[in-house]
Design a binder for this molecule. Structure first.
Ligand code: AMP
Ligand code: GLY
Length: 427
């Protein structure tokens, strides 16, 4: 098959890496891709939101299957457009992806279906939101309704902070994402990510991962898109996994079908493991980044038939196998990330790092200078991904590789996987 992947981050590099290994793949393209993706796919200079050119390219190259990576083209309706053009695609419709692009939509669905989640209210103006926050227990969670690069959530520990966050959101600090605001109860517990494939009816549970959202060691500093991940998440026991699937994911997929918006794609559930059991924090309508990188390095099955089964409504006919090993990925970011990442700095030493046992390096934001040198071209730049028998082994391998990379313009957290290591020490 000729396959086109949409996107150009570490998630898409991992997807391209897995798709390129499939015997079903004839020619693989990625739009727009990046310098690392260029090692496994032919990159084409078409932006992920340029739907007209994506369709024209798919026709010209006789693309059999398009795999959409990021949230923006999904929320913008690329899957719907491709379907209308008769081009097979992996990725939910815009209506189904409302689970990600409107937090208020998801909260209302949870309320209607009795799906465990934080108590909440939706607001369309700052005054009523501030009134509500005035006697809400602290901390207060204030969220922009729409897509905001994982940054539209403020956990306010004082009322003054909550008011300031509400004002900032309605004043447009997250663009149109903040036209509506959700205020919710703060959930206490350990956070895990879980992924399922759904063809609208059948679900195929994949596996769990744990992200590290704060920029600094020990989970300190501002939120980011994710500074590293490992899989499977130690805290999600098989009992909690079953419970979460029955009480959160299955009712969601069922409700979406009943509402005439069948969910076809990968559904990423952000969960809090609270004293009262797993609760939904949010849904995403795509693979996580960097969670996808650890999932792909653990996946034993060929990914292409799985993605095709989603598009074809045939998930009942496939199963999924995983390697026994764990995987752990360290994000290397450009200095200044998340506020003001410095672009254009040169990266050396990747070849030596990539040669280490059990290491895959995925590129998230890289480019080539005119002299061919590899340079940083984004906030999150490299994902140093290691496999191992234990989290400790994978972590040690990942940091050995990190230390071989000569990039004075970059930094990373040094503690990815720490929650699992703390639990390992206890048991
Ligand atoms: P979201 O964009 O909804 O995933 O929120 C970003 C991050 O904020 C989550 O990954 C959590 O760490 C945190 N968060 C969001 N909602 C809550 C909540 N109700 N209670 C505690 N933490 C939350
Ligand atoms: N790593 C979190 C996300 O992809 O949303």
């Amino acid at each position: 098959m000729n396959i086109l992947v949409i996107g150009g981050g570490g998630r898409e590099h991992a997807l391209c890496w897995a798709i390129a290994a499939s015997p079903l793949t004839n020619k693989l393209y990625c739009a727009p891709g990046n310098a690392g993706i260029a090692q496994v796919a032919e990159c084409v200079a078409i932006g992920a939101m340029d739907f007209d050119r994506i369709v024209a390219f798919a026709r010209e190259k006789k693309i059999d299957f398009v795999v959409i990576g990021p949230d923006d083209p999904i929320a913008g309706g690329l899957a719907d457009r491709l379907e209308a053009e008769g081009i097979k695609a992996f990725g939910p419709s815009k209506a189904a992806a409302e689970l990600e692009w409107s937090k208020g939509f998801t909260k209302d669905l949870c309320a209607a279906e009795d799906i465990p989640t934080a108590r909440y209210r939706r607001f369309g103006d700052a005054e009523s939101a501030k009134d509500y926050a005035a006697d809400h227990p602290l901390p207060i969670v204030v969220k922009a309704d729409g897509l905001a690069l994982g940054k539209g959530v403020i956990i306010a520990s004082t009322r003054a902070e909550a008011s300031a966050a509400i004002d900032a959101m309605f004043a447009g600090s997250f663009g149109s994402a903040g036209r509506e605001v959700v205020i919710e109860e703060f959930l206490e517990g350990e956070e895990v990510s879980y992924f399922v494939l759904s063809d609208g009816e059948t679900i195929l549970p994949l596996t769990s991962a744990q992200d590290h959202k704060r920029v600094g060691d020990g989970d300190t500093g501002p939120n980011t898109g994710g500074m590293g991940a490992y899989s499977p998440a130690r805290a999600l026991t098989p009992e909690l996994e079953r419970d979460m699937l029955e009480r959160i994911v299955r009712p969601t997929i069922r409700a979406m079908a009943q509402r005439g918006r069948p969910y076809k794609g990968v559904l990423f559930a952000g969960l809090m493991l609270t004293m009262d059991g797993p609760k939904l924090i949010e849904y995403n309508a795509r693979f996580g980044d960097p969670e996808c990188q650890v999932l792909m390095t653990r996946l034993k099955s060929d990914i292409v038939p799985l993605l095709l089964a989603v598009a074809d409504g045939a998930l009942k006919t496939v199963d999924v196998r995983w390697h026994d090993h764990v995987a752990l990925s360290v994000v290397m970011a450009a200095k200044g990330y998340p506020e003001a990442p410095q672009k254009g700095t040169e990266i050396r030493g990747l070849d030596a790092a990539a040669k280490l046992d059990g290491i895959e390096i995925f590129h998230a934001g890289t480019g080539r200078r005119s002299d061919g040198a590899l340079i940083a071209n984004g906030g999150r730049v490299l994902n140093i991904t290691a496999t191992g028998r234990t989290v400790a082994e994978a972590q040690a391998r990942a940091y050995r590789a990190v230390d071989l990379i000569d990039w004075p313009g970059g930094f990373c957290r040094r503690d990815i996987g720490w929650r699992a290591l703390v639990q390992d020490r206890k048991t």
